[in-house]
Design a protein around this ligand. Structure first.
Ligand code: WTA
Length: 642
């Protein structure tokens, strides 16, 4: 939560913004159509989603829209065959979209590349052929340890095209985190780059892969494909490592798109939960493509002339849905940027918007707060008149941050669409539409076809104004199909606490008008700069240091990142507390997990608060730290489970 936007602020927020008449006139989904869609979705949700499925191409039609005979293991469109890549790419080659720009990429040093749909299609086919040539087959997993490069998009699509599920690992994760993810997916192939540019520096990547694959317990990987990006010396292992360019150079630009069962996996993406191990969220071709296609094109009102920029890293779900599959299925132009928002200075984003004529900008509150700090003179230097819609995702946006974004970036004209969703939900769930009335700081209402509620511990809806747990009460097509190799965890983590409902792990309130206000996580998951990190993962990193006997980690408010971690360590008897050791522990966590683990400080304690059964009471530490707890009305989930 922003420092400027405490929960109290949210409760007294009364500003509303009505859609401008020209916005209503131009919207693909008029207010009347929107009402009709809501009505159909409420009366007959399966017909609503069936109609959404009919907008896409299938190799074979479904036997049933939803198989709900074994909840919570729902199966969408059973019996159908499809491939999301056919819808994101192949079908556009037959239409006017063929020669439209599909992808614009800008590198941090200022270099840039553009691909039309036809060019992207051919590049994907070349890599798909090369992967097949290397013996990769349907069902084999491919780990992509890559920054935002065109090849990352190409590798996602090429893997999906041949039916090999992709698993992106954010390039800010450490060798150890990468190794864990390679091992848990059982991937046979890793695609990476020699390095990339970030904040004026070259970050080496291939050597991190080498480290992840070395040692006694290293995972078994047969092939490593390396994109040449930053002229970093790479140690190529004969027979295992290949340069991307060498592989694709002589390949044919045609490749068969594999017909997948609707419930075959498209990708695995790891996310943090309340336990020490990241969870592998699995999404399948059929349901994900239907859910993403409908919600993305409705929320962002996509037109043929748009240039859509989602600023997220491709390694997170926002990148998957918001930068790749959503925009490409919609046939629009997606823009990706390799580097840091402040490089070489605080107007880089505004420079990109004006240079390419970006029409829709989808970003996170962390980025907005970071750029806001430098003042409005930076955006004022650039022509931002092409922008027509703004979007926010990943964390609660405070009304003040929303207002700044709306006024200084959106000329007080562009609606700010605050989209609530998760790695697990795959698609946007709660969001205003361009024709909606907006309240700064609120995510609005559930999208048509999505049913959510705010409930207490017993599952009873909470009255307006009172906090509760956010749940989804009906299955939706973009929902994860499983947790990789963890059937029990899927039930335990999401479906057990409130029977019959999907438990999102967030605390929310609904106001008198039914608008939803997200307040933050209810569980032991931190949201650092919009990135999910489990306190348990941070704790196991801290306790892996030889000086530490016991550890606890909580989130503390940060003016830019929303939240950062604070560690508490009980030392072994042989170790003595000192400022140098505290710093060493902070660095240790970073080495273990990667730069994504932003820890403000580590402090020493003689003991940690625990329940009688020995469970760590993080909420006691949190209350000591802040005097309040966002889940104060409810107690946190660990309390619920005690
Ligand atoms: C948070 C990111 C407030 C929330 C797409 C959720 C949000 C977690 C919003 C999922 C929003 C996401 N307003 N909070 N608009 N969007 N969140 O899986 O706590 O990386 O549970 O997916 O981010 O994070 P994830």
């Amino acid at each position: 939560m922003d420092q400027t936007g405490t929960v109290d602020n949210l409760l007294t927020e009364e500003r509303v913004f009505r859609p401008l008449p020209q916005m209503v006139r131009q919207a693909n989904l008029s207010p009347q159509k929107c009402e009709a869609a809501r009505k159909l979705a409420a009366d007959d949700p399966l017909s609503f989603w069936e109609e959404a499925a009919e907008e896409l191409y299938w190799f074979k039609r479904w036997d049933q829209v939803l198989d709900d005979s074994n909840p919570p293991h729902y199966r969408w469109f059973p019996g159908a065959q499809c491939n999301i890549v056919y819808n994101a790419l192949d079908r556009h080659i037959e239409t006017a979209a063929k020669n439209r720009l599909a992808l614009i990429w800008e590198g941090e040093p200022g270099d840039s590349r553009k691909y039309t749909y036809y060019e992207l299609y051919r590049a994907v086919n070349r890599l798909a052929s090369a992967l097949r040539g290397l013996g990769l087959s349907k069902g084999e997993k491919v780990v992509l340890y890559l920054p935002n490069l065109p090849e990352t998009v190409i590798a996602m699509l090429a893997s999906a095209k041949i039916g090999a599920p992709h698993c992106l690992v954010f390039a800010g994760f450490s060798a150890k985190a990468l190794r864990e993810r390679i091992r848990s997916t059982g991937a046979s192939t890793v695609i990476t780059a020699d390095g990339f540019y970030r904040n004026g520096r070259v970050i080496a990547l291939k050597n991190v892969v080498d480290e992840a694959l070395s040692g006694e317990d290293s995972p078994w990987v047969r092939r490593v494909i390396v994109v040449h990006r930053a002229n970093v010396q790479a140690n190529m292992v004969e027979g295992r490592d290949f340069w991307y360019e060498d592989l694709v150079r002589h390949e044919r630009p045609q490749a068969q798109t594999e017909a997948m069962d609707a419930n075959d996996p498209l990708f695995i993406l790891h996310t943090s939960g309340a336990t020490g191990k990241p969870k592998g969220v699995v999404h399948s071709h059929g349901g994900y493509m239907v859910g993403v296609n409908r919600t993305f094109s409705w929320v962002f009102d996509i037109k043929a002339t748009d240039i859509f920029w989602c600023t997220a890293d491709l390694g997170w779900v926002t990148g998957h849905t918001g930068a790749v599959y959503g925009p490409l299925m919609a046939g629009t132009t997606t823009l990706i940027y390799e580097g840091h928002p402040l490089y070489p200075q605080a107007d880089r984003f505004w420079n990109i918007v004006s240079k390419y004529g970006v029409t829709i900008l989808y970003t996170s509150p962390t980025v907005i707060r970071m750029l806001k700090r430098f003042g409005s003179q930076y955006p004022r230097r650039h022509d931002l008149a092409t922008l027509r819609l703004l979007g926010s995702v990943g964390e609660p946006i405070s009304p003040e941050t929303w207002m700044w974004f709306h006024k200084h970036i959106g000329r007080s004209e562009c609606p700010v669409l605050d989209t609530w969703w998760q790695t697990e939900t795959g698609m946007f769930m709660i969001s205003p539409l361009p024709v909606s009335l907006l309240k700064p700081g609120s995510v609005g209402k559930a999208l048509p076809g999505v049913e959510v509620d705010v409930v207490d511990r017993e599952g009873n809806p909470t009255p307006a104004g009172k906090g509760g747990y956010l749940v989804v009460t009906k299955p939706w097509p973009g929902m994860m199909s499983a947790l990789h190799n963890d059937r029990e965890g899927y039930f335990q983590d999401y479906w057990k606490l409130i029977p019959g409902c999907y438990f999102a792990g967030d605390v929310a309130r609904r106001d008198e008008d039914g608008y939803l206000w997200i307040q933050g996580r209810a569980d032991d998951v931190l949201n650092i700069a919009g990135h999910r990190l489990g306190t348990a993962e941070l704790e196991s990193a801290l306790v892996s240091h030889p000086a530490v006997a016991e550890a606890a980690v909580i989130g503390v408010a940060d003016p830019i990142k929303g939240e950062v971690a604070k560690g508490f360590a009980v030392l072994n008897q042989t170790a003595a507390p000192s400022p140098a050791l505290a710093e060493e522990l902070r660095q240790h966590i970073r080495r273990e997990l990667g730069p994504v683990a932003s820890v403000r400080e580590v402090v020493f304690r003689d003991r940690l608060p625990r329940t009688r059964s020995g469970k760590l009471l993080r909420r006691v530490l949190r209350a000591e730290e802040t005097g309040q707890d966002i889940s104060q009305d409810l107690g946190d989930i660990s309390a619920l489970e005690e």
